[in-house]
Design a protein around this ligand. Structure first.
Ligand SMILES: [Zn+2]
Length: 252
């Protein structure tokens, strides 16, 4: 979730906010706001009692994010005899509505969407509108095309190939580096002896692992490739920082 929006929600719904809500994709912000608002209003649902309505936090809320939906969990903060049936029902309705809404809301843009599944022919699973479904399919195609182009840099695998589907702001950097590595390895006639065994994102940072199957005569290619990977990792850290800064400041 956009950091600015998360910050505002945390300030507004102080006691109901939980950091697990950070994990929600941007498109599911509105279902979350509706949930928080309904949970906030629980204090005024049902007959008033001796406690002033509006100041009691009735629940603590957490969310868990899945590909196909998000689920909210609530734990009552007040003993059950304080819970009027109307209030209990309003709480259950809010939790269930949140889950239902995330199942039919595009996780990217918040427009109407539905679940796309691999077994139904989609290359990527998740809840998307038509536009963002198409965009994710194109991203997968783009990653597969790069994989095929640089096939000689990757080990023979059975089953899942190395996943080159990195975030948009890193893809060009990744592809130009891999193309350069391919050229260098080819120039040293070391194809098949320099293998990229892992490409992974860890907390926004890109990591690439390389295995060398070389004799000392090839020390040059190893040094060149190591330098290119080091550059790639440094530049992508920088790109991620820039991307996060922009993302934080472009909130409406
Ligand atoms: Zn969308």
């Amino acid at each position: 979730m956009n950091v600015d929006i998360a910050g505002r929600l945390r300030a507004e719904y102080e006691y109901l906010w939980h950091d697990s809500m950070f994990e929600l994709p941007d498109g599911w912000t509105e279902p979350l706001v509706v949930l928080l608002e309904k949970m906030y209003r629980l204090s005024t649902v049902g007959p008033s009692n001796f406690m002033t309505p509006g100041i009691i936090t009735w629940c603590q809320v957490r969310v868990e994010v899945y590909m196909s939906s998000a689920i909210a969990f609530a734990s009552p903060m007040m003993p059950s005899h304080h819970w009027h049936p109307d209030r209990a029902l309003a709480c259950i309705e809010a939790l269930s509505e949140f889950h239902g809404k995330t199942q039919e809301t595009c996780s990217v843009c918040g427009a109407e969407g539905h679940l796309r599944m691999r077994m139904l022919g989609s290359s990527r699973e998740g809840v998307y509108c038509d536009l963002h479904h198409l965009a994710t399919v194109e991203k997968m195609d783009r990653a597969m095309a790069l994989y095929t182009e640089c096939r000689l840099l990757f080990p023979e695998v059975h089953g899942t190939a190395i996943n080159l589907d990195v975030p948009d702001h890193l893809f060009d950097l990744l592809s130009s580096t891999f193309r350069s590595i391919l050229k260098v390895v080819d120039r040293y006639e070391a194809l098949g002896k320099v293998l990229i065994t892992r490409v992974e994102m860890d907390d926004g940072a890109l990591f690439v692992r390389v295995r060398y199957d070389l004799t000392y005569a090839f020390i040059g290619v190893q040094m060149e490739v190591n330098a290119m990977i080091a550059d790639l990792e440094t530049l992508s850290d920088e790109a991620t920082r820039k991307h996060n800064l922009l993302r934080g400041s472009d909130a409406p």
